[in-house]
Design a protein around this ligand. Structure first.
Ligand code: CMP
Length: 138
């Protein structure tokens, strides 16, 4: 079943110049880029995006980090896109990420972990709609 997921190349990876290398991994894994834009987001935008984590102790730091510099917002499509992207990303904490995964190669810490990917169909739908208008999904 063709499925869409939402992904972010986070500010740490953009800052370190890894955008092209991460896009190459995504391309090699067979994802179609439905939409892509580079942006700088505000802390309130980050807080809205990560609202499910608002009670977590790391919430404020996470939102500061996500609004600390440019990032790349993407909608990706393939069969089984949500699970396949999470597999390609590796564990949230790069210390636990498998060899060959994007986080193993490019992430520095559990917070500055290079890439985000939706974890389920309902969160993917929310996250795509949060950042993209229908006319941008082509
Ligand atoms: P992400 O997949 O974008 O979803 C929530 C983010 O919160 C996660 O990646 C990490 O960047 C961050 N995060 C998760 N757990 C922790 C933690 N224990 N400490 C700091 N940041 C975390």
């Amino acid at each position: 079943m063709t499925q869409r997921t939402f992904s972010i190349i986070k500010p740490d990876a953009v800052r370190k110049g890894y955008t092209g290398a991460i896009l190459a991994e995504i391309d090699k894994a067979g994802f179609k880029i439905v939409s892509l834009k580079k942006a700088s987001i505000s802390k309130p935008q980050a807080q809205g995006f990560y609202h499910v984590h608002s009670e977590r102790p790391f919430f404020s730091d996470l939102c500061d980090f996500m609004s600390s510099g440019p990032l790349v917002l993407m909608v990706l499509e393939k069969e089984n896109a949500i699970a396949d992207l999470r597999k390609l990303m590796g564990a949230t904490n790069p210390a636990n990420a498998e060899e060959g995964t994007i986080r193993k190669k490019f992430a520095g810490s559990i917070q500055e972990n290079a890439i985000h990917g939706s974890d389920a169909e309902d969160t993917a739908a929310f996250e795509i709609g949060y950042w993209f208008a229908g006319y941008e999904l082509v």
